[in-house]
Ligand binder design. Structure first.
Ligand code: GDP
Ligand code: MN
Length: 403
């Protein structure tokens, strides 16, 4: 579960990681009032669970009430990389002298925790790592080892904080570690961890977390009262909520090809196949969602699934990938046809669907679909060719150029 910045800040603040004063607002009026309370200049920040907000125009400094009103209206009307902005964080503006990047995350490949830091913060760490890998320092913490101030200081030194910042950086690292462990987080990222203050006044200079990104391990929710404190109705993904009510495992992503499959592994592979085929286009075509319909693929379940996937206005084509086990692909094919008919009756505008079957009665299932002669349903023989076809359809509609 990813937290919004304003929520992540709460967890940092509980552990005394220094953050600028901030107020959350969900309407223009609230934002203007918050800006007046904080004082000018202040920074308005779109609250969406995705990075690169700054580059997308979702982070703006304002200098007076008029500007605050104008900018909050503008930002609250934005959709950033497919995420509608429903809230704003108003924070006091800091004068930044330097930007660092620090994160602690679970490293699945080395089965430990990974502290990543660079003195060249600000932009996304992936970009820094690509251009200047020597600037990015990485340290592993064995989950069984204790992490104390000595370890944090050693780490801050190795990580390359500028001399004067090392001691405060060590304290912040230690506090981030506590946030990470005590909240069962999988990621605690501060970017930028900024050195702020007045250039000629050494005593005024200190480090501050100007952005915060925290992901919590959903498997640990039971240990934290279900994290009910973070379950605001605000910004709740409506499609995800709808799907959850139907008992479907749906995760909303930011692309144009809907993906439906049975079994989490198969759905993940389908997502990869779409992402892979989508790389051949500019801009890239990406998967729009994860949707696992589980074992039984009844017509009703298929109709509900297609309905949810196609309710996403970004979806331009759908890839259905089913492995027939106990459920025969013949039944699934029947289900798809009934679902499509049902949706057409309900007046849903259908986009093209590409179906790939494997396993129990796969050939028979595809034949049923073929013989139905539905304009919207296409069949494919392999996972890769199906993903490719679905991507090509979306690319054509979106006028993407092939590379
Ligand atoms: P992100 O783009 O989603 O990572 O959003 P951030 O919160 O990291 O903001 C993007 C960039 O805006 C930061 O890297 C800073 O350079 C800048 N920024 C954020 N807050 C302030 C501030 O208080 N003062 C100034 N001058 N710049 C800020
Ligand atoms: Mn940031």
């Amino acid at each position: 579960m990813d937290l919004y910045e304003y929520q992540a800040r709460e967890l940092l603040q509980e552990k005394d990681v220094p953050i600028p004063e901030g107020i959350f607002a969900s309407t223009v009026e609230e934002a203007v009032q918050a800006a007046n309370t904080i004082g000018y200049p202040c920074v308005l920040k779109a609250q969406v669970r995705i990075g690169h907000r700054g580059q997308a125009g979702g982070v703006k400094i304002v200098h007076d009430e008029d500007e605050a009103r104008f900018m909050s209206e503008h930002i609250l009307g934005m959709t950033i990389h497919g995420h509608k902005v429903r809230g704003l964080l108003v924070v006091e503006a800091a004068s930044i002298l330097h930007e660092y990047y620090v994160s602690i995350s679970v490293d699945r490949s080395s089965r430990d925790y990974d502290v990543l830091a660079t003195a060249a913060g600000g932009t996304e760490v992936e970009e820094i790592a690509k251009e200047h890998p020597e600037f990015v320092k990485r340290l592993h913490i064995n989950p069984l080892d204790d992490f104390d101030i000595n370890a944090a200081e050693k780490m801050a030194q190795e990580i390359g904080f500028h001399h004067a910042d090392t001691s405060q950086a060590a304290h912040i690292l230690l506090e981030m570690w506590k946030v990470f462990i005590e909240n069962d987080a999988t990621l605690v990222e501060i970017n930028p961890l900024a050195k702020v203050g007045i250039p000629d006044d050494e005593a005024s200079k200190h480090l501050m977390a100007l952005d915060a990104k925290i992901s919590l391990d959903s498997n640990a929710a039971f240990r934290h009262d279900g994290w009910s404190r973070f379950a605001t109705s605000y910004g709740h993904d409506e499609l995800e909520a709808q799907a959850a009510q139907l008992g479907l495992h749906y995760v909303h992503l930011d692309g144009n090809v809907g993906v439906i499959g049975n079994g989490a592994g198969l759905v993940m592979s389908s997502i990869d196949a779409v992402a892979d085929a989508g790389q051949d286009f500019d801009p890239k075509i990406k998967p729009a969602n994860f949707l696992d319909i589980g074992g039984g693929a009844s017509a009703q379940l298929m109709a509900q699934s297609l309905d949810i996937v196609m309710s996403d206005p970004q979806v331009k084509s759908v890839f259905i990938n089913v492995y027939g086990g106990i459920t025969s692909c013949k039944q699934v094919a029947q289900g798809i046809i009934e679902a499509v008919d049902k949706l057409i009756q309900n007046g849903t505008t259908l986009c093209d669907i590409v179906v790939r079957f494997d396993g129990n009665e796969a050939t028979e299932g595809l034949t049923i679909l073929d013989n139905a002669h539905h304009d919207n349903i296409h069949v494919a023989q392999t996972m890769d060719s199906a993903a490719e076809e679905a991507v090509n359809i979306a690319a054509r509609i979106l006028n993407c150029e092939s590379k």
